[in-house]
Design a binder for this molecule. Structure first.
Ligand SMILES: [Zn+2]
Ligand SMILES: [Zn+2]
Length: 651
């Protein structure tokens, strides 16, 4: 929000917090200064040992001021980098691969340590972590080095450290904006549908109070050909980028995060909140999107530098971490079970005035990759929930996995090759686990499995976050196994290899992006493999109207494929199957089950992310079954259109 801010008010809030900290921490701690960096309050001290030994006092301090408190050591008390490196290496030589796994961030006073074994730093009441901190004065930041190397993760981390001074001044600006007096005493809360209502694509919701303007998601519409339907309708509501206080992103799919860089192009300079895994996947998917669009001779409304800006302005949060994002709003993210890092958003507005839960895309069932979505919240007044499959039921995952193995097996036995076009995030990894398990158990012969496109980078990011995965996968990563891998898996490098793979006589399985055959290596394989009736194509995700994948799935026997600038006619003689049960969305029954299980019960339900028929049908079912679901008879169910606004409190 833009106001002529009274300096006195702003200083009051921050000054009070500063005084409270000085009062609560004894002089032995040697507090030198207190800074507000993003949502965190950073206390610089001279005597870090004192703080480490008196951890409890710090915890009670954080509780008392209801803030996230971080301690850093005053520059004057940090060892030189060379000295600190020597001390750290003497302790962790067995835990790092090389010197370059230890990187110093001078601006923040942190030392990033990349290791395959982060647990080692946390064992015995974080003994190793504390020792390094106390002896060097550099705050350790332990990062998991995934068993699979991810070039994106590496370059991202280096970029953020290089830009540390800019990042620090950004965090301080955000810190000032969050920690100021509430200026208005007007208690309204309103949501406006900017995209992804009565449709799938370009998800965006504006949440407004007198104090704050917060955007939940800012995606693009992959199926749209006109600019008007491509982006959320910020233009129509006259929302200016500099008026936005915060952007919150639920997950890394482009229909939720795709146009965040566009906000930066038009002058947004504020924070974007998401989980760390979402941040990594966002960078990867945006870069891939830019590359694909460039190759197809189309253009995007932003450039690569705006993706970097978005990355630099991202503040990552863990599930369950309560964070002030504006003077009157607290944000908490919870597991959504949809893809790696996906989150359900909980907003606590105005000290108990109103609570919003926005599910984003969510799966209320355990999958091979993730646990089911979180369902317990301290308070819920308005629930915004997706209804993509509001009128359908999906086959079970076990049955779908069996069917996938069956189809692959019969193709291989008759000497054919299998092509699985696959979304890079989520579905690919799940299919890899199914295939790896089937091969380990002898249910599938160990033929080569070629992995092409972005899938491998995304899989690497999955192995960097075992704590977010299901227990089975997590355990195998902790025991240094890679559950997404089997001996016969091979990553494809270069397009000549693609030709050789298809030309060879031996049966094989190919997993390639994109999942709807709208670009990517999957299309190249498809062109070469389609005319041979021995081959099989298996779709494992939804095919959007208008894509090549949809045409092939619907049984078209001759399709046109763009090769360079020529159109090629491709005859489809290969067998085509579609397996629906791998979806990352909740089907109708899972949505209803979620409403029955959710604690606490909402007073109002808003449906989004679905075609009109799916949402209308879901609305009627909820109203009909309201009592059974324990929703109470005054429950309100809304199906807004894009540009509708809804007042959530009486103004
Ligand atoms: Zn999604
Ligand atoms: Zn979505």
């Amino acid at each position: 929000m833009v106001v002529n801010r009274g300096i006195r008010f702003i200083d009051d809030v921050r000054e009070n917090i500063r005084l409270e900290i000085f009062r609560k921490l004894p002089p032995e701690a040697g507090v030198t200064r207190i800074e507000f960096e993003g949502p965190e309050v950073v206390v610089y001290v001279r005597n870090v040992s004192f703080i480490i030994e008196n951890e409890e006092s710090l915890k009670s301090l954080a509780k008392a001021i209801k803030k996230r408190v971080v301690v850093r050591v005053d520059e004057s008390r940090r060892l030189s980098e060379t000295e600190a490196r020597r001390v750290i290496l003497s302790k962790v030589k067995h835990l790092v691969e090389s010197d370059s796994d230890i990187v110093f961030d001078e601006v923040l006073g942190e030392v990033v340590i990349k290791t395959a074994n982060p647990q080692a730093f946390m064992e015995g009441d974080r003994k190793l972590f504390k020792e390094i901190f106390a002896e060097t004065g550099w705050r350790p930041k332990i990062i998991r080095k995934p068993p699979l190397k991810s070039t994106i993760l590496e370059s991202e981390l280096n970029y953020i450290i290089r830009q540390s001074p800019i990042r620090l001044s950004f965090l301080r600006a955000v810190g000032e904006r969050i920690h100021r007096e509430v200026l208005f005493k007007d208690n309204y809360v309103r949501i406006t549908a900017l995209g992804g209502f009565m449709e799938v694509g370009r998800s965006a919701i504006l949440v407004e109070t007198a104090e704050s303007k917060i955007l939940l998601d800012f995606g693009l519409n992959p199926g749209s050909s006109t600019l008007k339907n491509f982006a959320p309708r910020v233009d129509a509501v006259g929302l200016k980028p500099e008026e936005i206080d915060a952007v919150v992103v639920t997950h890394a799919h482009l229909d939720h995060v795709g146009l965040v860089p566009y906000l930066f192009k038009y002058g947004y300079e504020g924070p974007v909140y998401m989980t760390q895994a979402t941040r990594d996947l966002m960078v990867l998917l945006e870069k891939d999107l830019i590359e694909l669009t460039r190759r197809e001779g189309r253009s995007l409304p932003f450039e690569p530098k705006h993706v970097q800006e978005a990355l630099l302005h991202t503040i990552t949060l863990r599930y369950g971490e309560v964070t002030d994002i504006t003077p009157d709003t607290r944000l908490t993210l919870y597991n959504a079970g949809h893809i790696l890092g996906s989150a359900i958003v909980h907003l606590h507005i105005g000290n108990g005035l109103h609570n919003i839960v926005y599910t984003g895309d969510f799966k209320y069932d355990k999958t091979l990759l993730l646990d089911k979505a979180h369902n317990k919240f301290p308070r819920v007044d308005t629930l915004i929930i997706e209804g993509t499959y509001g009128n359908t039921e999906q086959p079970s995952r076990e049955a779908s996995a069996e069917r996938l193995v069956e189809i692959i097996k019969s193709t291989i036995e008759s000497g054919g090759k299998v092509l699985i076009p696959s979304l890079a995030v989520g579905r690919s990894q799940e299919v890899l686990v199914v295939i790896a398990n089937a091969m380990k158990q002898g249910k599938l012969p160990s033929v080569p499995v070629y992995i092409d496109g972005m899938i491998n980078e995304v899989t690497a990011i999955h192995t960097a976050y075992p704590e977010l995965l299901s227990k089975e996968l997590r355990d195998s990563i902790y025991s240094s196994e890679n559950p997404f891998f089997y001996d016969s898996f091979e990553v494809v490098a270069g397009s000549t290899t693609r030709y050789e793979i298809v030309e060879s006589k031996d049966p094989c399985i190919i997993l390639a992006t994109s999942g709807m055959l709208n670009g990517g290596p999957a299309v190249e394989y498809f062109r070469m493999m389609a005319p041979n009736p021995q081959n099989t194509l298996i779709f494992v995700n939804y095919q959007v109207e208008g894509t090549l994948g949809r045409k092939v799935r619907d049984g078209v026997k001759e399709v046109h494929v763009l090769v360079g600038d020529k159109i090629e006619v491709v005859k489809v003689a290969m067998k085509v199957y579609s397996i629906e049960g791998f979806s990352g969305h909740s089907d109708r029954n899972q949505v209803l089950k979620y409403l029955r299980d959710i604690e606490t019960k909402p007073k109002r339900i808003v449906l989004n992310h679905g075609e009109p028929s799916a949402l209308e049908s879901l609305k009627n079912t909820i109203l009909r079954k309201g009592k059974e679901l324990g929703l109470g008879h005054s429950i309100e169910v809304y199906v807004p259109r894009v540009l509708d606004s809804l007042a959530l409190t009486t103004a």
